[in-house]
Design a protein around this ligand. Structure first.
Ligand code: GAL
Length: 411
C-alpha cells in the first residue's frame, strides 16, 4: 500500500474508533423497572449505532442501593458518564454543592429546552446560576392504588381523607381483611408518611415544613406521626421484607385493598403485568390530597471527569428530546417533563396525571429528592423505623427537627 493510502486508512480507523465510543449510564432501573430505559436506549442507539452502551444498574427501589454505590464511585474519582438523580435537592444539595457536576446551561440553550420544559421544573434543577441535570419525566408520588373489582366485592369506596381511610380500614378488618393497606420496605413507609403529612397539613403546611416556617415539633406535625401510626396499624406486619413491586402485587391479588405508591406502579401494572387502567387497577389521589400533585422528576446529569463526555452529552440530548421522552414515559407510568409530548401515546392513567399536572397545586416529594437534601432523607428513614417500633410521636418529631436543623432546612 502506498504511504499516503496507509496514513488515510489509519486515520479512518481512528476516526471510526472514536465515533464508535462507549457510554456508561448508571441508574436503579433494572428488572421490572427496565423496559422504559431500554426503550430510551433504543432511541439513542438508532442515532448512535456504533456506541457501545453499558447500561449499569444497581437494583433497589427509590435508588437506596444505587445511591450508595454512586457515592463510592463519585468520591473515588470514577464517575459513570451519566447517572440518574432526582431533580431538586437530591442532586443539588449533594453533588452540585460539592462541585462535582458540569453546568448544562449551554445544552439547555442550544436544545431550546428553556422553552420545552416548564419554568418551575427548570427552577428546581437550577442553582448558583447553573442548570444541573436533564429531567426525563415527571412522576406523581401521592397516588392510592386499588383493585376496582375487589373494592366492589367488599362494598367499600375509595376514602377521601385520612380519618375516612381509618373508618374504611375498620370496615375491611371486620370483613376479614387482615391488612387493608399494604406497605413494603422502609422507603415505602417514608413514602406513605409523605402522603399522610401532605393529606393532613395541606400543600401549604408541607411547603412551610421545607421552608422552615413550620417546625417538625409543631403539634400539627406531631399529629401527623400519630395519624401515620394509626394508618400503619392497618398495614401488613411483614412490610420490611417486601419490595414496592411485591407490595403492589398484593393489591392486585386482593390480599390488601390499598397501597400508596408513586405512579411507577402504573408502569408496573401496565408494562409488566399487562393490566388495563380502570379495570385491572384503579387509582385516586392519596387521602386528603385531592387537587395536589406531589411531584418528582428523574433526571440525569453529567459528572465532572466523565470518561466519555461527548457520548454522555449526546445521551442527554436524546433524554431531553420529544422522541426520547415519548418512548420512555408511556412504559414508565410517568408523564413527559416536556410540555409538547404526544398524549395519544399514553394510557388513560397517564392522561389523567397529565391533566392533574396542569391543573393541580404542585408540591415536591421528600422521599424522591425534590425538597430536601440527601443527608436529611437518608437519616429520616431511621426516624420512621424508630417511630414504627416505638410509636412515640413527639420523640420522632423532635428527632426529625434535629435532622432538619443539621441539614440546613429553612436556612
Ligand atoms: C423513584 C424513581 C422512580 C422509580 C421508583 C421506584 O425514586 O424516581 O423512577 O424508579 O423510585 O424505584
Amino acid at each position: 500500500m502506498k504511504k499516503a493510502l496507509m496514513i488515510a486508512a489509519a486515520l479512518a480507523l481512528t476516526t471510526s474508533a472514536a465515533a464508535a465510543g462507549k457510554l456508561e449510564i448508571f441508574s436503579w432501573w433494572s428488572g421490572d423497572e427496565g423496559p422504559a430505559l431500554d426503550a430510551l436506549i433504543k432511541v439513542y442507539k438508532q442515532k448512535y449505532p456504533s456506541v457501545a452502551v453499558d447500561n449499569a444498574t444497581v437494583s433497589g427501589g427509590a435508588g437506596t442501593n444505587a445511591k450508595a454505590v454512586l457515592k463510592t464511585r463519585m468520591l473515588g474519582g470514577t464517575p459513570p458518564d451519566s447517572f440518574q438523580a432526582h431533580a431538586g435537592q437530591e442532586l443539588i444539595g449533594t453533588w452540585v454543592v460539592a462541585n462535582r457536576m458540569e453546568d448544562l446551561s449551554g445544552l439547555f440553550k442550544s436544545e431550546g429546552w428553556d422553552k420545552a420544559f416548564p419554568k418551575d421544573l427548570v427552577r428546581l434543577i437550577s442553582s448558583k446560576g447553573g442548570i444541573w441535570s436533564v429531567p426525563v419525566n415527571v412522576h406523581r408520588s401521592n397516588v392510592m392504588w386499588y383493585n376496582p373489582a375487589k373494592l366492589k366485592a367488599w362494598g367499600v369506596t375509595v376514602p377521601k381523607t385520612w380519618p375516612e381511610f381509618l373508618k374504611t380500614c375498620s370496615t375491611l378488618k371486620a370483613k376479614g381483611v387482615a391488612a387493608p393497606l399494604v406497605v413494603g420496605e422502609n422507603w415505602t413507609q417514608q413514602h406513605l408518611w409523605e402522603s399522610v403529612a401532605i393529606g393532613t397539613l395541606g400543600a401549604k403546611g408541607w411547603e412551610d415544613l421545607w421552608s422552615g416556617k413550620l417546625k417538625f415539633t409543631d403539634p400539627r406535625v406531631v399529629g401527623v406521626f400519630t395519624t401515620f401510626g394509626k394508618v400503619m396499624d392497618c398495614a401488613n406486619k411483614d412490610a420490611s421484607g417486601l419490595s414496592w413491586q411485591q407490595a403492589s402485587d398484593r393489591v392486585i391479588s386482593g390480599q390488601s385493598a390499598f397501597n400508596i405508591m408513586g405512579d411507577w406502579a402504573a408502569g408496573y401494572f401496565t408494562t409488566t403485568k399487562k393490566l388495563a387502567p380502570n379495570t385491572g387497577f384503579g387509582w385516586a389521589p392519596a387521602p386528603g390530597t385531592t387537587k395536589t400533585f406531589v411531584m418528582l422528576a428523574d433526571s440525569f446529569g453529567l459528572p465532572k471527569g466523565a470518561k466519555n463526555r461527548a457520548e454522555a452529552l449526546n445521551w442527554l440530548k436524546v433524554l431531553g428530546s420529544k422522541a426520547g421522552q415519548d418512548a420512555f414515559n408511556p412504559l414508565k407510568g410517568s408523564i413527559a417533563a416536556r410540555t409538547d409530548s404526544d398524549l395519544s401515546k399514553y394510557n388513560t392513567y397517564s392522561r389523567s396525571a397529565a391533566a392533574d399536572w396542569k391543573s393541580n397545586k404542585i408540591v415536591g416529594s421528600l422521599v424522591h429528592g425534590a425538597v430536601a437534601p440527601e443527608s436529611f432523607m437518608s437519616a429520616f428513614g431511621t426516624v420512621i423505623d424508630q417511630y414504627v417500633a416505638s410509636r412515640n410521636s413527639s420523640g420522632a418529631a423532635a428527632a426529625a427537627q434535629q435532622l432538619a436543623a443539621r441539614a440546613g432546612i429553612g436556612k
